[in-house]
Design a protein around this ligand. Structure first.
Ligand SMILES: *[C@@H]1O[C@H](CO)[C@@H](O)[C@H](O)[C@H]1NC(C)=O
Ligand SMILES: *[C@@H]1O[C@H](CO)[C@@H](O)[C@H](O)[C@H]1NC(C)=O
Ligand SMILES: [Zn+2]
Length: 989
């Protein structure tokens, strides 16, 4: 701690107060006094207690988002957001001193739409006067462990856009408010900083971390959230709230609470004013001991509170009056209605230095055996569906722009991207993609995504019809992962359009269910494409059940141009003999021009992996195991494993089978080794001819529970890489963080759960490395993982549990469905690459983006009409490899939102970790760019108007603030990890 911060604050504040306070009575001529100007004045020589009335409204959890809005199903949980907003507005009008903050725009939007214009005016006035203030303001309060940055940025943009368009500047939140997410990602902080927030408040962090921070008064800090962006671009002031997000004990006055109201008529029974005041002064003074300034914050509210806001406000009015009345008796406690931004402003005025944090807040434990690391994997099918939906949404957005107005209203009817955008925004909530909701709510999230995709399909069909000049009907086959697609199964001639949402050309394997045995495949230029027919595997037949009957799969590789499509024609040729049956012996190896994998002939397991270009080889064995979930009958703690919590009852996982039964195919397009471990675990190890990654396609489930043991299934890769306890995981799909077993960078960890306490979220990749070898695993959804032994990396794939874990959801995580009544089967892919550490990012960065923003296949039956345009790219040329086109979507009739991203960290690539310049004028093939304005990351403020509080870290190494200038208005330079957001005015050529 720097010496200056030890100075007593009182004299400092006295000195500054004259300069900086904004007395309320100085009426400004401007009628709008929202934001920092609307804060109540404070007293520089007293302890100021900022009371923040608030409600925490989950965008779905025990009830669906719409059930919560209406207050339906109150038998499950008493909660109705429409009544909360009705009641709060009513109560705010009764006393201009009162304040309220609102957070989740998904709910506010639903409510606003239903209000009369006079009510809308009233609310606008409250917002303009800072009496009702929006904080956070995204569509929801996103989960931080299992979300991808692309979807987080989108959901924030959606909510903040509504607020800006409805309320203008006064609707722009100054503070990020993530009071409930179960651990905090560094990338989220970086994103918030780039969205212009002045600070972030959170409620949950590891209990050991908290107790150290309380002792050292480090609950308020400066988070440096990027190792690549120049400070203070990704610096975010972060405050840890004192009681999670609840009021101090004894002061909960909601109808959901049971604390005594303030009884202030001395003529009546149980007069308690003195008691309340004394208890409050005690609570305030003890809280002040663990914070640095003479300002403290109290969150007066909790889950779905304020449905009858009169209860809260009536008591808070009295609390303020009676506590402040004691000032005449020498009390130095000053209580006021406040908001997080008003509190933040006081911290900023204190002009202190703050401890600097550069790691993240994972994993989160609230007790010795209570690590919230299970939800990193919970509901793996929903997690994958959410990820595919994001990919589909990006494609839908892009095709809405490229296809022009006819994409929304065209040959196939009316389509839109908004339904899917809002469904995706809801799915980012911290009880949605996290997997911590009740089963019926999980079903509702999936249903919303499916409905959104229906709307997008019409748009995509319209757009592709307009771009290709062919209005042949388009079929979508969303079940290709289980080899189901009625059109390809029966058609003798069809075409496949491959739309690529990336700004670089991709090569992609296509596998289509078919019943014939020989096909001719031609590309857009009429050239013949190598294709092969292989039999559908036993595992695939098992998982698709009676949803499809194809015997074979047609496999070929396609190439799709940047931001465009390519059409391939497929026609049956004279049937050949059926594909040769699989080899039943273990092959010694499979190999293409980049990679070679070998197998152990005795076990059928992988035994090594080589990169043939760099001439490196590692020992690699891989197998499947399950942790026996704790049922809570345990002398150390009664905590069972559940939707949130991972708690194995032993540190040694059970092996599912030491050996695999093996079948293999080696063709010119693909080589695969199909491994069968148990009726509920199988895998295909696959290498396509042009792939730089080895694919492991796992199929896990239904997890057997007849032995009454909950199971948490992992796959583990064991290598001879010398990892010295280090491993690496990504943060929300962007920057990679170093992890170390049984270690936290910012405090002395007492490890109490040797497995669960070492788990971290993996959103898109994890790796292990030493000086010469790096093994990277790219995942297709968010999962939990760890490295428990040196050289080893494990990833949790699926969980099935028999007990609730006492965090409120009230159900064991035991997924089943109509098709899988005996338990869910989940299938996914891991992509393995082996590289030199200094160049590994050159492979895994593009690889991960191809998995996240995957090509969309659509099908048309029969012959294509002549003059169909078989190939199209929306770009004049592919963007440089370092640049990812993150957003390309229609903003309004004239303009388009564009986000360009540098996708490399500053240290990770000799080739690509350099600034790169893109010319916006020369970007698009069918659009003229007429004008450009730069925005903040969330597109709710012009970049040149974005001003944030500056904060001084304790260890200031004074970053050299180089002023970067673009070469010209049209040529924009991106530095490592930078995302730049533009509104383009465009004209169609
Ligand atoms: C903040 O404190 C520093 C010294 O610690 C001082 O130089 C600076 O002027 C102060 N800023 C304000 C706005 O008072
Ligand atoms: C915010 O909304 C206003 C209308 O309320 C609009 O004029 C302005 O362009 C919007 N700002 C941004 C940055 O989009
Ligand atoms: Zn919540």
């Amino acid at each position: 701690m720097a010496a200056s911060s030890r100075l007593l604050l009182i004299p400092l504040l006295l000195f500054f107060s004259g300069v900086f306070s904004f007395p309320l009575d100085q009426k400004k001529t401007d009628t709008t006094t929202c934001g920092y100007q609307s804060c109540h004045s404070t007293k520089a020589d007293m302890l100021n207690v900022h009371l923040v009335p608030h409600t925490h409204d989950d965008v779905g959890w025990l009830k669906t988002v719409d059930q919560y809005f209406y207050g339906d199903r109150n038998n499950i949980q008493h909660a109705g957001v429409q009544y909360i907003l009705d009641s709060v507005v009513d109560q705010l009008l009764k006393n201009p001193d009162r304040r309220f903050i609102y957070v989740e725009t998904a709910f506010f939007y639903r409510w606003w739409k239903q209000q009369s214009s006079s009510m809308q005016q009233t609310v606008t006035q409250l917002v303009n006067e800072g009496r009702l203030e929006f904080v956070n303001g995204g569509w929801c309060m996103s989960d931080e462990a299992t979300t991808h940055y692309s979807a987080v940025i989108d959901q924030m943009t959606e909510g903040l856009r509504f607020l800006n368009e409805t309320f203008g500047v006064c609707g722009r939140p100054r503070v990020a408010w993530h009071i409930d997410p179960f651990g905090h990602a560094r990338e989220h902080a970086s994103i918030f900083a780039q969205m212009g927030y002045d600070g972030l408040f959170l409620g949950r962090l590891d209990y050991q971390d908290r107790s150290r921070r309380m002792k050292e008064k480090e609950q308020e800090l400066l988070w440096r959230a990027s190792d690549s962006l120049t400070p203070p671009m990704a610096d975010l002031f972060t405050g840890i709230l004192p009681n999670g997000y609840n009021p101090p004990e004894g002061f909960c006055w909601d109808q959901l609470c049971t604390d005594a109201p303030i009884r202030d008529d001395p003529d009546l029974e149980d007069y308690n004013v003195e008691d309340v005041v004394l208890r409050f002064l005690h609570a305030a003074n003890s809280q002040a001991l663990v914070y640095k300034t003479n300002h403290i914050i109290m969150t007066m509210g909790s889950d779905f509170q304020y449905e009858n806001a009169n209860l809260w406000y009536k008591n808070l009015d009295k609390l303020i009056r009676y506590v402040n009345a004691q000032q005449t008796n020498g009390s130095n406690v000053n209580v006021l209605y406040s908001t997080p931004s008003c509190y933040l402003q006081e911290l900023h005025r204190a002009n202190l230095t703050w401890p600097l944090k550069e790691d993240d807040f994972f994993p989160y434990a609230d007790n010795a055996h209570d690590f919230w690391t299970g939800y990193f994997t919970s509901r793996p099918a929903l997690k994958r569906y959410e990820r595919i939906s994001n990919s589909n949404l990006q494609t839908c957005n892009q095709l809405e722009v490229l296809g022009g107005p006819t994409s929304r209203k065209g040959h196939f009817g009316k389509g839109d991207s908004q339904t899917l955008r809002r469904a995706m925004a809801v799915a980012q909530h911290h009880d949605a993609v996290s997997g911590t909701e009740k089963q019926h709510v999980a079903n509702d999230y999936a249903r919303k995504l499916a409905n959104g995709w229906q709307h997008c399909q019409v748009l995509v069909s319209n757009s592709l019809a307009s771009l290709s000049g062919s209005s042949a009907e388009r079929t979508y086959c969303d079940s290709l992962n289980i080899s189901v697609c009625p059109l390809t199964e029966s058609s003798k001639k069809f075409s496949v359009s491959v739309y690529n949402p990336l700004a670089q050309t991709v090569t992609w394997p296509v596998r289509l269910p078919v019943n014939r045995t020989a096909f001719r495949v031609t590309d857009a230029k009429g050239r013949s494409v190598d294709s092969q027919v292989v039999p559908v595997s036993r595992a695939t037949q098992g998982v698709r059940r009676n949803r499809g009957f194809a015997m074979n799969e047609l496999v070929f590789q396609v190439q799709a141009p940047p931001l465009g499509y390519s059409m391939y024609s497929v026609s049956v040729v004279q049937d050949q003999p059926p594909p040769s049956p699989p080899e039943h012996s273990v092959p010694t190896e499979i190999q293409n021009k980049y990679l070679k994998a070998t197998f152990d002939p005795d076990t059928g397991l992988l035994s090594s992996l080589s990169n043939l270009e760099t001439k490196q080889t590692i020992k690699l064995s891989q197998n499947f195991y399950w942790y026996n979930a704790s049922d809570g009958n345990n002398k150390e703690s009664g905590q069972p494993s559940g939707a949130y919590i991972f708690r194995p009852n032993s540190s040694t996982p059970n092996i599912i089978s030491k050996t695999a039964t093996v079948e293999s195919f080696q063709t010119s397009v693909v080589q695969e080794v199909r491994q069968w471990f148990a009726p509920w675990v199988s895998q295909v190890v696959r290498l396509y001819a042009d792939s730089k990654a080895l694919e492991l396609e796992w199929t896990v489930g239904p997890l057997p529970i007849s032995d009454e043991q909950g199971k948490e299934v992992i796959t583990r890769l064991d290598t001879n890489i010398q990892t010295s306890q280090f491993f690496y995981t990504d943060s929300n799909g962007r920057e990679v963080l170093q992890r170390k077993k049984d270690f936290r960078p910012t405090w002395q960890l007492k490890q109490t759960e040797p497995i669960a306490g070492n788990y971290y979220p993996i959103n898109s990749r994890a790796f292990i490395k030493d000086d010469v070898d790096q093994l990277t695993v790219v995942t297709d959804r968010s999962q939990g993982g760890s490295s428990i032994q040196n050289g080893s990396l494990e990833i949790m794939l699926h969980r099935r549990l028999l007990h609730d874990d006492y965090r409120g959801v009230g159900e064991p995580l035991d997924e089943a469905s109509e098709i899988f009544p005996e338990g869910l089967v989940v299938r996914g892919r891991l992509l393995l690459s082996l590289d030199r550490p200094a160049s590994a990012a050159d492979t895994h960065r593009p690889l991960a983006q191809e998995v996240v923003f995957q090509p969309l296949l659509t099908f048309t039956d029969g012959e294509l009409t002549p003059n169909t345009q078989l190939e199209f790219s929306g770009l004049q040329a592919a963007l440089p490899p370092a640049v990812h086109l993150l957003t390309f979507s229609q903003w309004d009739d004239e303009s388009v939102l564009l986000r360009l991203e540098h996708q490399f960290q500053s240290w990770e690539s000799k080739l690509y970790s350099h600034p790169v310049t893109v010319n916006l004028k020369k970007l698009f093939s069918t659009l003229d760019v007429l004008g450009v304005s730069e925005l903040n990351l969330s597109a709710n403020q012009w970049k040149d108007e974005m001003k944030r509080f500056d904060w001084t870290p304790q260890k200031e190494e004074t970053p050299t603030l180089k002023k970067f200038e673009d070469p010209s208005v049209w040529e924009v330079t991106l530095r490592p990890m930078e995302i730049r957001t533009f509104l383009l005015r465009v004209d169609r050529r």
